[in-house]
Design a protein around this ligand. Structure first.
Ligand code: ADP
Ligand code: MG
Length: 699
């Protein structure tokens, strides 16, 4: 057996009780786990604070001095032990609430100690609760290296006496014991090429760095390794899927596509759209199932790309489905496809939760006979009773609303799964996309159709509402339409609903009938009422649309050129960007006005400023990632790959790209890892089958 897989229990100084704590509190089971339990920071052990100059921040500090007295103080809930600690500059109180007997019996008065802990300020009075103590003599002989590693810990561990010093000692002894047995986990040429230090050296330095520069090199090596193995796994998964999962072969581009492309296309495709269609076409003809993510900012023209792909499917005798996250969106997609396909023989239908049974039954029949070519719908199309004659392509719009599980359902409908194209208008930062969707192929439409005027974004305070309303009037007078959006963070939240109704009242007062007509749409309305209100706005019968975020995605009304977002500070960046994308779809100058109160948090200020400064969705996504961290972004929660131990998606984004490119190149040359120099990778990866955390198998 691999000695590193030895249970932590058998490390000298651990035993069954502590082993249990390590397992439960830190998920450390084996020697291997402890070696890869990285410090989250370091303390320069050559630096000592003095009592006269204690820091105001709650960081851990070191002091050198003597304990000059010990008293037990009775208090309401139990006792506390207070020690007076003195250095050359003054006296500090140390306090214990637990383990009093033990401390009392082991502390030696008037001896030189090094103490370590956090300062607690209470009414200008500093104390250090539960410090770690060590006789200076022992300290001097203690851990080698210039820095103290500080490891993640928990309340329970501290209470049970698992101190930093103890963990340090355990790690140090484990390192000593195992360092000679630690093999390399990256190919030699990779190490040389990237000038990375060896695995053994990296582990030694990450725990007990001899210098700042060695610490940096250890971090670099381990971060690279973490990214590299994740990418290697993701890319391999993709390759394997391509080898294993057969796909329908769409060998040719036929009359439906060509007729549409040559005669019915209402505009010229942008270069980006053409490139993306080529990428998709290649997949569709390859005989392997396509799993492609199509990213394109709002308004970049993803719908037409979807349609052209669906026409290719049809040319090859297959049906397609286009699935949207909401009823309104499905309806809109259906309408725009209807318009685009006006003069063609393509049969297209809509299926949503509110499709009447009679219509539905007819539709099921046509679908099963193959008379229907394209089915547009909501998740209703995933239902078991919906059966296709021959489903070849599923296009899923707005990925983040759908779980992966739902996507998988589609596959079960046929022996050979349909090709899947997932479209998203929420630009995903490159680093995040590489990590979450690293096993999908991806295409990006990074260009807007020509002739679009950049949307002008302004930030206005609520106190300027009258001016803003006057501006809206002038826009309406020149024929434009206006959205006024209220936050409805939680559909059931009464408060939000009230905000919307109050807002509606106030808009109604300022824009009185009959001169002005107002539509209102919110989540608590029945879907036919929503559709009716939407419809009036689409047809231009109403000039203002007061709504909650239900209009967030996809809605396309070119004449609506002003978007007012109320309480904009309450929206997240990606939501603001999505909302703004509702305007700027026609030829007129469009505006987005962000209304807010004067009270803004620092983050809110950055969000609003970012919106005012840029229209670029990818740039906005990067800021969002920096503000919120990867774990809080939409769709990332399910993703295990984000539980990184040492690398940081935001700070180390260049390294991630580097690691991915490296893995790609390596697998391009040796996709089965057969070369002798790649055996080390293969061995390491084999272990991955049993472990979730990447470091459990990299050894
Ligand atoms: P999204 O990517 O947000 O789904 P849409 O597909 O709804 O964008 O397209 C937005 C608008 O741009 C639509 O009105 C569409 O007809 C138009 N459009 C798409 N591609 C082009 C193009 N190449 N040239 C001009 N207009 C285009
Ligand atoms: Mg769209």
């Amino acid at each position: 057996m691999d000695p590193l897989q030895t249970s932590i229990e058998y490390l000298k100084g651990v035993g069954p009780n502590r082993a249990q704590l390590f397992r439960e509190e830190l998920q450390i089971n084996t020697f291997q786990d402890l070696l890869h339990f990285f410090p989250n920071r370091y303390i320069d052990r050559s630096t000592f604070y003095s009592v006269a100059k204690l820091p105001q921040t709650p960081t851990e500090i070191q002091l050198k001095g003597k304990i000059i007295s010990l008293t037990t103080v009775a208090q309401k809930r139990g006792k506390r032990l207070v020690a007076k600690f003195q250095d050359e500059s003054g006296v500090l109180e140390l306090v214990w609430f637990r383990g009093i007997q033990w401390i009392k019996s082991s502390l030696q008065l008037h001896q030189n100690y090094v103490i370590f802990g956090r300062i607690n300020w209470y009414k200008g009075h500093p104390t250090m609760p539960h410090p770690e103590l060590e006789l200076e003599e022992d300290f001097q002989q203690g851990v080698k290296g210039l820095f103290y590693p500080v490891y993640p810990s928990t309340e329970k561990l501290i209470n049970k006496g698992i101190s930093q010093r103890l963990v340090q000692k355990l790690v140090a002894s484990l390192l000593e014991k195992t360092l000679g047995q630690l093999g390399e986990t990256l190919p030699q040429y990779t190490l040389q090429h990237l000038q990375l230090i060896s695995k053994a050296e990296a582990l030694k330095q990450i725990h007990f760095p001899a210098s700042q520069s060695l610490l940096s090199r250890a971090q670099l090596r381990l971060k690279f390794e973490e990214f590299f193995y994740i990418q290697l796994q993701l890319i391999l998964k993709n390759l394997q899927r391509k080898q294993k999962i057969k796909g329908h072969v769409f060998a040719e581009v036929g009359t439906n596509f060509l007729t549409f492309y040559n005669d019915q296309l209402p505009f010229r495709l942008t270069d980006a759209q053409k490139r993306v269609i080529k990428e998709i076409r290649f997949d569709l003809g390859s005989g392997r199932q396509m799993n492609r993510l199509l990213q394109g900012d709002v308004g970049s023209g993803k719908t037409i790309v979807a349609l052209l792909c669906m026409l290719i499917a049809m040319d090859n005798g297959y049906q397609s489905t286009l699935v949207a996250p909401t009823e309104i969106l499905a309806q809109q997609h259906f309408q725009s496809l209807q318009t685009l396909l006006e003069n063609s023989s393509v049969q297209c239908a809509l299926l949503t939760g509110s499709t009447p049974n009679k219509v539905r039954n007819e539709l099921h029949e046509k679908l099963q006979s193959g008379a229907l070519h394209i089915l547009v719908g909501t998740h209703a199309v995933f239902e078991e009773k919906v059966k296709f004659h021959q489903l070849g392509l599923a296009v899923i719009d707005e990925q983040h609303r759908f779980g992966v599980a739902q996507r998988a359902k589609l596959w079960r409908k046929n022996d050979i799964p349909p090709h899947v194209l997932v479209m998203t208008a929420t630009p995903i930062p490159r680093t995040l996309a590489m990590s979450i969707y690293g096993d999908l192929d991806s295409s990006v439409i990074d260009q807007l159709p020509p002739g679009r005027k950049a949307i002008k974004t302004l930030h206005r305070y609520d106190s300027n509402r009258l001016k803003v309303f006057a501006f809206l009037k002038s826009q309406i007078e020149s024929g434009r339409q206006v959205y006024v959006v209220y936050p409805l963070i939680n559909e059931s939240e009464h408060m939000d609903y009230k905000d919307l109704m109050d807002g509606y009242e106030s808009v109604s007062r300022s824009f009185p009938k009959p001169q002005f007509q107002i539509s209102i749409v919110h989540g608590q309305m029945k879907s036919e009422d929503k559709a009716y209100e939407m419809d009036r706005f689409v047809r231009g019968e109403t000039q203002l649309m007061v709504a909650t975020t239900v209009i967030e995605v996809g809605v396309n009304i070119p004449n609506a050129s002003v978007m007012v977002i109320e309480s904009a500070e309450r929206f997240g960046l990606s939501q603001l960007h999505q909302l703004r994308g509702r305007v700027g779809r026609g030829s007129d100058q469009s505006y987005c006005i962000l209304m807010s109160s004067h009270k803004l948090s620092e983050d809110a200020k950055i969000r609003l400023k970012t919106m005012v400064d840029t229209n670029d969705g990818f740039e906005i996504a990067e800021v969002d990632l920096r503000l919120r961290g990867p774990g809080n972004l939409m769709g990332t929660q399910q993703s295990g790959v984000l539980q990184l131990k040492i690398a940081d998606l935001v700070k180390d984004n260049k390294l991630l790209k580097y690691a991915r490119d490296n893995a790609l190149e390596l697998l391009k040359k040796d996709s089965h890892l057969e070369a002798p120099e790649h055996q080390v990778l293969k061995r390491t990866l084999v272990r991955s089958k049993f472990h979730k955390n990447i470091w459990n198998f990299i050894s």
